[in-house]
Structure formats: C-alpha cells, structure tokens
Design a protein around this ligand. Sequence first.
Ligand code: SAH
Length: 230
Amino acid sequence: MNHMDKTPKKYSVITIFPEVIEHYAGASILGRGQKAGAIKIEALNLRDYTELRHNQVDDTPYGGGAGMVLMAPPIYKAVETLVGPRDRRPTNTQVILMDPRGEPLTQKIARELSQLDHLVIICGRYEGIDERVREHLVDRTISVGPYVLSGGELPALTVIEATARLVPGVLGKEESLVQESHGTDETLEYPHYTKPADFRGYKVPDVLQSGDHAKIAAWRKQHSQKKSAR
Ligand code: SAH
C-alpha cells in the first residue's frame, strides 16, 4: 500500500502560541510532508477552550510563589474535544505533555511515537502546568533535555520533527534514513563533505574523492562512531 492511500499521521498541538507551531510546520520537510498528505499538523489555541472571561488560561499558584500556572480545565477541554476522555481514547493515539521532568526524548522513543496515528501534544508556559494534567490527563511526559526552556513549543516541534521524518513519504529520499545517526544499530553517522574540495586549505579526505566504493564504505564505517565509544 502506498502511503497516499492512508489517512495522514496527525499531530494536534495545544499551545497559547499557535502561530509559532504553524510557521515552523509550514516550512521544509514538515511543510512538504503535509502537502504530500503523509502528515497533518494542527495548532490549537488553548485560549479557545477556556470558559473564563478575557480568555484567561492561567492563574497564580496555590501556596504562593512566583509566576503563573496554566489551569487544568481548558487543557482538559481541548484534549477531550480532540480525543475524548482518557478511558475512551481511540487506539493508536497518545496525549503527550512536554515537561522538563519527563522521560528524555531518544531516537527509540521517536521510532515508537512515529508508529502512532495521532499525537496530541500539550505545551506548557510560565511556571508550568497544573499537576492534575500530568496526573490524570496525559499518557506520557517527555523532556527534550536537562535544561529549562520558557515554553513547550520548541520541545513539541522537536518531537514532531524527530517522529515525522520517520513516517513514510515525509523525507524525499527514503534511503537518507538508512545510514543515519542513532539508527537501529545505534551508531552515529559518518562525517559529510561537499564542494569545494579545498576550502581555506582544509581538504576533503582523498579517499572520498577516489571513486573506490569499497574504500569509501570502509572509511565511512570506520568513522561511524559506536555510541558506546563516545
Ligand atoms: N517551572 C518548571 C518549568 C516550566 S517551563 C520546572 O522547573 O520544571 C514552562 C514549560 O516549558 C513547561 O511546562 C514545558 O511545557 C516546557 N519546557 C521547558 N523546558 C522543557 C524541556 N526541557 N523539555 C520539555 N518541555 C520543556
């Protein structure tokens, strides 16, 4: 079956900055993947799901302290509008919270997530999100690294990009996945060079210009680092 025959893999991002997601998702590989019908990325404005005046979605933390916290009700409403209550969600759907305390994103997790039909991704902001979202609404929390960003939008885009490029029909040339870093054999990809062959006296290795495919393959293998060797 051709990938065009099936419904696109869908991403729904819940955020207070939908324009950030839309802009990035419209460019390059994600944009082409959407045009080709392999993926679909939608950004939902959290403010459309609040019942409070002035589109309020955040409030001060119980117990005091600095900053504002995103409230649970609009997030629950957005997620349940999309995929229903937690115990009756469609199969092959996951609701993910971007969270610096979450499980670190790896290529293995990206492969797992790339198999699902629908990912709902929640972006935090400010001091964070009411803990009841993490406790009772989401299936999984994911961190993009041991540092703190100001919002979940870049982390959400990181998850989308890492997973979408594994969906058939998204990358132009499928073989560009075959030899990649963190591929199934857990090696890091060999270094790449392109023209000019001599740039400020920095030369491209002779072997790569030799046309000897066996030698080139050997060089590349030698320069693909084992992860464990790092
Ligand atoms: N006060 C929180 C950080 C809030 S940062 C704490 O110390 O844990 C605001 C939001 O940005 C988070 O809710 C999360 O959605 C997002 N975010 C920040 N850093 C992140 C990271 N490393 N991985 C994933 N999401 C992150």
